[in-house]
Design a protein around this ligand. Sequence first.
Ligand SMILES: [Zn+2]
Length: 173
Amino acid sequence: MPTIVTHAAVPLCLGLGLGARVIPPRLLFAGMALAMLPDADVLAFKFGIAYGNIFGHRGFTHSLLFAFVVPLICVLVGRRWFGAGLMRCWLFLTVSLLSHSLLDSITTGGKGVGWLWPWSDERFFAPWQVIKVAPFALSRYDTPYGHQVIISELLWVWLPGVVIMTWLWWRRR
Ligand SMILES: [Zn+2]
């Protein structure tokens, strides 16, 4: 995974770029939460579930099915709360959640993502990997490798995110 907060960068930059009239604050926060949600599966390690298991890390919570169904449930339950139309909420939340496994698939390590669960247990990577995979232990961030991880996330996620955000903001001025 990229660092968990880096996953939130995608909905954050998109939402701020589109502005609060298109993406109201509650929808923005829900998008950020959903972008980070798939990595709740690291809890599986605590229960002794292996990485390669579909219920392990980067398994079913990183699947396409999860990325389409969970936003749907959120929209149906919280549609009044988000303050925007159903379709727009679903689209924003789906893009937010889907961005998680896409970013994971371009990291340089770990196992690939289980996009096709429940139809297949296969793990997938994108054709190219550019983001250095983040360590699980926070203590490892203060090492030369940890610094490389932070730099690669700034370069491949935050920088393009800020560029897109600025472009979106500039367009609606
Ligand atoms: Zn992940």
